[in-house]
Design a protein around this ligand. Structure first.
Ligand SMILES: [Zn+2]
Length: 150
């Protein structure tokens, strides 16, 4: 399931990407028109009045704060969060990450990271390098807490 984020929800989009969720974000709601043709229509997350949006699968976000926003959509995103999907998507560009050989990224990560980690992934678009530990451990604790909270 894809969650398209409105321009006002850039931070939320980055959090969803950390969770491995496909979360593009759009500057112009006219772009939603192309969503109508997708085989599985994405859900549009927005802080706009739903009536003003030219798309029928919307979820209205009330809070301005990302943690509250995540709590608002918790039940919606819960089925799409899987531990093995963490660190599978670029936080900057929403692109699925590629596995890369350690030797290929030596010049792109700090020396202590290179020596302490063996598995790396990289974004095919912006080339940002990710490794387990870059946000996975922190995220896991955080996600468990989010999913357990009422
Ligand atoms: Zn990227």
């Amino acid at each position: 399931m894809k969650f398209v984020c409105d321009a006002m929800l850039g931070k939320l989009a980055r959090y969803l990407r950390m969770l491995g969720i496909d979360a593009p974000y759009i500057h112009n709601i006219e772009h939603l028109k192309s969503c109508k043709n997708e085989p599985e229509k994405p859900i549009f997350l927005t802080r706009r009045l739903i009536g003003s949006v030219p798309y029928d699968i919307c979820f209205s976000i009330k809070s301005e704060h990302v943690e509250e926003q995540l709590r608002e959509i918790r039940d919606l995103i819960k089925p799409f969060i899987h531990e093995d999907m963490l660190m599978s998507r670029c936080i900057r560009c929403n692109m699925p990450l590629d596995d890369v050989k350690k030797i290929e990224i030596e010049q792109f990560v700090p020396e202590h990271i290179f020596h302490n980690y063996d598995k790396f992934k990289a974004c095919p678009s912006c080339k940002k390098v990710y490794w387990k530990g870059s946000h996975t451990e922190h995220m896991m604790g955080w996600i468990e807490k989010l999913l357990a909270d009422n």
